[in-house]
Design a protein around this ligand. Structure first.
Ligand SMILES: [Zn+2]
Ligand SMILES: [Zn+2]
Length: 367
């Protein structure tokens, strides 16, 4: 099959012939129909997120089950699936307490599948690392059965793929983690795929106002179409002062979808009394945030981390697919362009430079 291989940090991906074996026990083989390009892919390529190389990037995927391995009972050939980035076992302490996104039972070391082996190989025999047990910048992918979430077949997979990572991460931060109450004032820092998911989650929960903040005016226009009531251009406007004005003293919830020390500190400075900062984005691994003790105590502020939208993928991806089908969740507005596999470097560059909100790779082309 064809796959886009990253051989060195900073180098472009190269589309080449890669062998994929499997599926093994409790795995499924998926024909990848669409794969969104996410900042995590970019972070690995740029070395911000260290990862064993060579690897096939791509993790925001949707496709059709082509084959099932031994022991797989809940999935059949031909089923449409969205791939969950964090598969959960359903049996451990965290799963049983309703926090399956924190489950570590089905997780290999970086680069390998859950059973510790690799399925990807170059023609010369060299093994290729799996990225987050998915590697979807390829025509096929082998994933754990718990990561393949069935979705209704009447929605296009080139939209449904966004439900596997960015959209779910953002929407879940507002709905699952913050549990935004109607009438809460919300601020969203960063309006890429994740931030726009947060905006939509806040809108579903009837937050008011919803203030979207970004460096790029074109992203703010989209945020406004997806439910933001106000938009602020970072770098040109005094964000904390305007947030205080719009929210009557500071926001109930501030979401940082960027994950830099600067945006996390900005999140704290936009909080009102009793406010909660939700840290969603991740950048440099050792980045840190200094929290003022007295102001946090006296104003009863909270800082929450939120991984993968605190999601239960089997429940939330199906729910979001239903909402999209009913016209209550917007995905079409997020995908401005699709690319063939050969266009993967252009797609990554477009994401980095803000020319595309969510580039989507179609490894088999438009057909
Ligand atoms: Zn992602
Ligand atoms: Zn578990």
């Amino acid at each position: 099959m064809k796959a886009a291989v990253l051989r060195a940090v900073g180098a472009p991906l190269t589309v080449e012939e890669v062998d994929l074996s499997g599926p093994g026990p409790n795995e499924v083989l998926i024909r990848v129909v669409a794969s969104g390009v996410c900042h995590s892919d970019l972070h690995v390529m740029e070395g911000v997120l260290p990862y064993p190389l060579p690897t096939v990037l791509g993790h925001e995927a949707a496709g059709v089950v082509e084959d099932v391995g031994p022991g797989v009972s809940a999935l059949r050939r031909g089923a449409h699936v969205v791939v969950a980035v964090v598969p959960s076992c359903g049996r451990c302490r965290l799963c049983l307490r309703g926090r399956p996104n924190l489950c570590t039972a089905i997780r290999g070391r970086p680069g390998v599948m859950a059973d510790g082996t690799r399925r990807l190989r170059l023609p010369g025999g060299e093994e290729v690392n799996h990225f987050t047990m998915i590697s979807s910048f390829a025509q096929f992918a082998v994933v754990h059965e718990a990561a393949a979430v069935p979705v209704r077949e009447d929605i296009p997979l080139e939209r449904a793929c966004l439900l596997g990572c960015g959209l779910l991460t953002g929407w879940g931060a507002a709905v699952n983690r913050a549990r935004v109450a109607p009438g809460s004032s919300c601020v969203v820092l960063g309006c890429g795929g994740v931030g726009l998911g947060i905006v939509q989650g806040c809108a579903v929960r009837q937050a008011e106002p919803i203030v979207a903040v970004d460096l790029w005016p074109q992203r703010l226009e989209v945020a406004a179409r997806l439910g933001a009531t106000h938009t602020l251009l970072a770098g040109q406007e005094d964000v904390p002062a305007l947030v205080r004005q719009l929210t009557g003293g500071g926001a109930d919830y501030v979401f940082d979808a960027v994950g830099s020390p600067q945006t996390a500190a900005l999140a704290l400075s936009c909080l009102g009394r009793g406010g909660t900062a939700v840290l969603v984005g991740v950048g440099q691994r050792d980045a840190s945030l200094s929290v003022p003790i007295t102001a946090t105590v006296l104003n009863e502020r909270a800082v929450l981390g939120c991984d993968y939208g605190s999601a239960w993928p089997q429940r939330d991806i199906a729910l979001l697919a239903d909402m999209y089908a009913a016209g209550r969740l917007k995905l079409d507005e997020l995908v401005d362009r699709t690319y063939p596999l050969e266009g993967v470097n252009e797609a990554l560059a477009d994401l980095k430079e803000g020319r595309a909100l969510r580039p989507v790779i179609l490894p088999w082309g438009d057909s």
